[in-house]
Design a protein around this ligand. Structure first.
Ligand code: OSB
Ligand code: MG
Length: 374
C-alpha cells in the first residue's frame, strides 16, 4: 500500500499588513479604524497555502498582539514546522503543543497548512472538514455608534443589503436604549448583542431588561475568566448566553457545557488555536445538543474563506458573523469577494483549499514588513 502524501514545508513567509476599514468599528474596549494583521504563506511542491492571523493591535480582545504572534511564529512554531514533515494538518496540534497559549499564532500556521493540503488533494476546505452546506446563513456585527440615530442608519444600510440577523455591540451606557430603538424599527429582525466582557453580575437588572426583547443570544456579558458567573447569570435568563472570549480550547468548551455556563458558543478559529480544535468544539457541542456559530475578527477574504468553510458544518446552526467583503474593506487582498444574498447567506467556496486567490500586488500595497524562513 502506498503511504499517504505528507506535507514537507520548504519555506514560510510572514506578511505584516494594515488595512483601512470602510467604517470605524467600536467595541466595549476600543474604537478602531484599521486592521493590522499577519498573513502567513507556507510553500511546498510549487504550491502555497495561506492563513490570516486574527491578533489585534494590542492585548484588548485576547492577550496576544502582533508582536507576540510574530515572536512565537518566528522563534518557536515555524522552526518546528520546517523540521518536521506532517501526515496531515491535524498533526500540527501535537507539533505545537509544547508551546503554551498563543492560540492565534498557532491557528494561522495550521490554517495555512489546511489550505495547502486541500490544494494538494484537489478538495475544497469545506469538504475536507466535513461541511454539508453550499451556502451558510450570516449576519452582520454592528459597532457602537456616536448616536442612536447613527446606529439606526447603519442598521438600515445592512438590512437593505440583505442581512436578516444583526448583532449590536453593547457596553454600560449603550445597551437597553440601543436594543429598544432597533427592535422598535425592525420588530422581526433576528437581533443579538455582544458585550465583550463589559459587565459584572451586579448588572443583572440590565440583562433582565434585555431578556424580554426577543434576542437570539447575549454574547460574552461577563469577564472572560468568569465561567462560573456566566452559569449563575444564565440561571436568571431565558435568553441563551453565548461565550466568545471565555472559550480558548476544547477544554474550556467541555467545562462550559458541564456547568451550563452558556446556551451556545461562538467559535473563532484563531481564538481556539486552529481548525482541528474548532472541529473538536463543534463535535462536543453537537453531542451536547448545543448549537454553535462562527464568529469573525473583521478578516480579509483569506480569513473569511476559512470561516465560511467551517460554518458549512452541520452544527453551525445559528447565523455567523460572516459579512460581505465590501462591509469591511475598500479593496481586499484576495479574490473573489464574498457577497451576501437577498436571503442573508454567503456561498461556500468550492475550489481546492480556501478557494480564494491572494493578489500579490494588492497584498504588497498594504504590507508593512515581510520575512521569509526556510
Ligand atoms: O467579539 O465578536 C467579537 C471583532 C473584533 C473583536 C471581537 C469581535 C469582533 C466582531 C466582528 O464582532 C465580527 C465580524 O468579523 O464581522
Ligand atoms: Mg464577541
Amino acid at each position: 500500500m502506498s503511504q499517504p502524501p505528507s506535507i514537507k514545508i520548504e519555506s514560510v513567509e510572514l506578511h505584516s499588513i494594515r488595512m483601512e476599514y470602510v467604517h470605524p468599528f467600536e467595541t466595549s474596549f476600543r474604537r478602531e479604524t484599521h486592521r493590522p494583521s499577519i498573513l502567513v504563506r507556507v510553500n511546498a511542491q510549487g504550491l502555497s497555502g495561506w492563513g490570516e492571523c486574527v491578533v489585534g493591535s494590542g492585548p484588548w480582545y485576547s492577550a496576544e498582539t502582533l508582536v507576540t504572534a510574530r515572536h512565537i511564529l518566528a522563534d518557536y512554531l515555524i522552526p518546528r514546522l520546517l523540521q518536521t514533515p506532517l501526515q496531515s494538518p491535524r498533526a500540527a496540534g501535537a507539533l505545537f503543543r509544547q508551546v503554551r497559549g498563543h492560540s492565534m499564532a498557532k491557528a494561522v500556521l495550521e490554517n495555512a497548512l489546511w489550505d495547502l493540503w486541500g490544494q494538494m488533494q484537489g478538495v475544497s476546505l469545506s469538504r475536507l472538514l466535513g461541511g454539508t452546506r453550499s451556502e451558510v446563513p450570516v449576519g452582520v456585527s454592528v459597532g457602537i455608534e456616536p448616536t442612536l440615530r447613527a446606529l439606526e442608519a447603519r442598521v438600515a444600510e445592512y438590512v437593505d443589503a440583505g442581512y436578516q440577523r444583526v448583532k449590536l455591540k453593547i457596553k454600560p451606557g449603550w445597551d437597553i436604549a440601543a436594543v429598544e430603538r432597533i427592535r422598535h424599527v425592525w420588530p422581526d429582525l433576528q437581533l443579538q448583542v455582544d458585550a465583550n466582557s463589559a459587565y459584572t453580575l451586579a448588572d443583572l437588572n440590565t440583562f433582565k431588561a434585555m431578556d424580554g426583547m426577543g434576542l437570539l443570544l447575549i454574547e460574552q456579558p461577563l469577564h472572560h475568566e468568569d465561567m462560573v458567573e456566566h452559569a449563575e447569570l444564565q440561571k436568571h435568563l431565558q435568553t441563551p448566553i453565548c461565550l466568545d472570549e471565555s472559550i480558548h480550547s476544547p477544554h474550556h468548551a467541555a467545562w462550559a457545557l458541564r456547568i451550563q455556563a452558556c446556551g451556545n458558543i461562538n467559535i473563532k478559529v484563531g481564538r481556539v488555536g486552529g481548525l482541528t480544535a474548532a472541529l473538536e468544539i463543534h463535535d462536543l457541542c453537537q453531542e451536547a445538543g448545543v448549537p454553535v456559530w462562527c464568529g469573525g475578527m473583521l478578516e480579509t477574504n483569506v480569513g473569511r474563506a476559512c470561516n465560511v468553510a467551517l460554518a458549512s458544518l452541520p452544527n453551525f446552526s445559528l447565523p455567523g458573523d460572516i459579512s460581505a467583503s465590501a462591509r469591511y474593506f475598500y479593496r481586499d487582498i484576495a479574490r473573489p469577494d464574498f457577497t451576501v444574498s437577498a436571503h442573508s447567506t454567503v456561498a461556500v467556496p468550492q475550489a481546492p483549499g480556501l478557494g480564494v486567490e491572494v493578489s500579490l500586488s494588492a497584498l504588497r500595497s498594504v504590507t508593512e514588513a515581510r520575512d521569509c524562513y526556510a
